[in-house]
Design a protein around this ligand. Structure first.
Ligand SMILES: [Zn+2]
Length: 140
């Protein structure tokens, strides 16, 4: 897509520090890393949402992500764990509207993490969980 920064990287119009490439995916260093070794994995086909990505590519996205995960762990990059993070939609924190999976090396006290909403510690009743499960189940 014309104005997509990731499509420009795929086409070579913008530079990247490449980590991995195959026919369907490209992985490269995030230019604004949370921690050193923060990698993005993107499909070469432009899709805004993972919802629109072919199931085979969804599978391969995780496989490629795990290849990078293993590689980070084998390297001497500081990493006691790795987050797989995919923001699907603006409200979920998506900033570039081309599917991308973040691989973020993590270690204790690295300053990164999730914040939880007020009331998070209050567990809902089983009835409420069942009602919500039904709403999702009926659409799977
Ligand atoms: Zn794109």
């Amino acid at each position: 897509m014309k104005d997509c920064i990731f499509c420009k990287i795929i086409n070579g119009e913008l530079p990247c520090s490449k980590v991995y490439e195959d026919d369907d995916f490209l992985a490269f260093m995030d230019i604004q890393p949370v921690n050193k070794g923060h990698v993005l994995v993107i499909p070469k086909i432009h899709k805004e949402s993972i919802v629109d990505l072919d199931d085979n590519l969804v599978k391969k996205l995780i496989i490629v992500g795990n290849k990078i995960n293993k590689a980070i762990r084998k390297s001497d990059i500081k990493s006691d764990g790795v987050n797989f993070f995919l923001a699907d939609g603006e409200a979920a924190g998506q900033e570039v509207f081309h599917v991308h999976l973040h691989l973020i090396p993590r270690f204790e006290k690295d300053g990164f993490g999730f914040t939880f909403p007020e009331g998070y510690v209050d567990k809902p009743e089983r009835d409420e969980l069942e009602q919500i499960a039904q709403k999702i189940k009926s659409n799977v």
